[in-house]
Design a binder for this molecule. Structure first.
Ligand code: AMP
Ligand code: MG
Length: 402
């Protein structure tokens, strides 16, 4: 049997980054920069007012106080967006709004709160120092500065900066495109009445969501019957549009194992020493990497977590691609099969035990069809191959899914 670590290496080796592309700023949230962003212009682009108030020459109001205001004629009114070049004559003021260009000659802005607010003759009750309430050109960014580095995730703030620099698109590492295919003649889609022996398809829905949650795109999410010709036709039609194919079902030891029967030449089917999720496979079909997951829902999602999520995110350049791992103390005793790395569903206790460690409770039975418990778990407990019994209070490794 292959170890979990070995299968992780094999799958990670299949998943590779796509070439960088230019995307519109509006579509770039969450993507990773493929190149540094160099400012083509300065921010602010021109000296402008930091307050609503009056542009003045600081010396003209040097003696202004509450008791002895200075009066100046208001020669211009400058709202934000005014584009003509203005000059402030000594002994005058211009009414000016936040973000409006400072007239040539002005050295400071008096806030409107320290004036009578007039548009004719303004009465100014405070002095200002040269430069006060003025935002200087380039004080945030000078043209030619590297403002964002390759490898940074595009957050709303980063996109705001890029937009402020007048850039309409950015060079990013594109999302991985993942084809999700579930197999099984017993599966039907929601909305269709169930015949005896049929079940509603859930793996494709679940894995497509897991793919998106990992930051990747789903190209198609489909289900096919256990029919080799149908399965291969569906796979061939969509594989070339994808960077990765994920299948579920049809890989265990029974008859009618459609994935195994269809891809003997292309996929290496192996047993991995883990529970759940022993039957696994990986390879390349029509030029696209493929990972074949078992059909039991818990096995399918745990396998995605253990083998696919981290390399998928790494291929998109995302920092911290893996789930955070932590150590927590078991609230209750646990048994685990010898020779298998067991992944149990768990709930992290917000409470700390007497040693100050976080506690974790194993949640639901180990069998791989108990979807309900998985749905409300917030972590996976990872128990080593050689461990068979863990008393309450033992430290265990936990994958934080939250
Ligand atoms: P298989 O690996 O195909 O033998 O499937 C193992 C178990 O998982 C069976 O009980 C299947 O009915 C179930 N199963 C397989 N695929 C799905 C799916 N897409 N949605 C829900 N259950 C599934
Ligand atoms: Mg099946």
């Amino acid at each position: 049997m292959r170890s979990v670590a070995e299968h992780q290496r094999v799958v990670a080796g299949l998943i590779t980054a796509r070439d960088p592309v230019d995307v519109a700023v509006g579509d770039a949230l969450g993507l990773v920069l493929a190149a540094d962003v160099v400012a083509p212009l300065a921010l602010p682009g021109f000296d402008n007012s930091a307050m609503d108030g009056y542009a003045v020459i600081a010396e003209d109001v040097a003696d202004a106080t509450e008791d002895q205001p200075v009066e100046l004629p208001v020669a211009e009114d400058i709202p934000a967006g005014r584009t003509d070049a203005l000059v402030l004559a000594p002994g005058t003021a211009h009414r000016i709004m936040t973000g409006a260009p400072l007239p040539t000659g002005a050295t400071a802005v008096v806030p409107v709160e320290a004036t009578n607010g007039s548009t004719e003759t303004v009465s100014i009750r405070t002095s200002v120092t040269p430069g006060q309430h003025v935002r200087r050109a380039g004080e945030d960014v000078t043209a030619g500065t590297t403002v964002l580095r390759a490898g940074q995730v595009l957050t709303p703030a980063a996109l705001g900066l890029i937009a402020a620099l007048g850039l309409g698109s950015v060079e990013v590492i594109p999302r991985q495109r993942v084809l999700v295919m579930s197999t099984g003649s017993e599966l039907v889609a929601s909305g269709t009445p169930l015949q005896p022996g049929q079940i509603y398809e859930s793996n494709a829905v679940m894995l497509a969501a897991a793919v998106r949650d990992a930051g990747a795109d789903v190209v198609t999410s489909s289900m096919t019957e256990d029919d080799v010709d149908l399965f291969r036709a569906e796979l061939q039609e969509h594989a070339r549009d994808a960077d990765l194919v994920i299948t579920t079902g049809g890989v265990s030891a029974g008859a009618y194992e459609v994935v195994k029967d269809s891809l003997r030449a292309e996929v290496d089917f192996v047993k991995v020493a883990m529970q759940p999720g022993m039957p696994q496979g990986s390879g390349v079909v029509w030029g696209t990497p493929i990972v074949t997951l078992p059909g039991n829902p818990v096995s399918a999602l745990v396998s995605f977590e253990v083998f696919i999520r981290e390399p998928l995110r790494a291929a998109m350049g995302l920092p911290r691609p893996g789930r955070p791992h932590l150590s927590a103390n078991l609230a209750e005793p646990l048994t685990s099969p010898r020779g298998r790395r067991q992944f149990r569903r768990g709930v992290l206790g917000g409470l700390e035990d007497r040693s100050g460690a976080t506690t974790v409770t194993s949640y639901g039975p180990p069998a791989s069809h108990h979807l309900r418990w998985l749905a409300s778990a917030d972590c996976l407990l990872e128990i080593d191959e050689d461990v068979t019994e863990l008393p309450a209070g033992s430290p265990v490794q936990v994958w934080d899914l939250s």
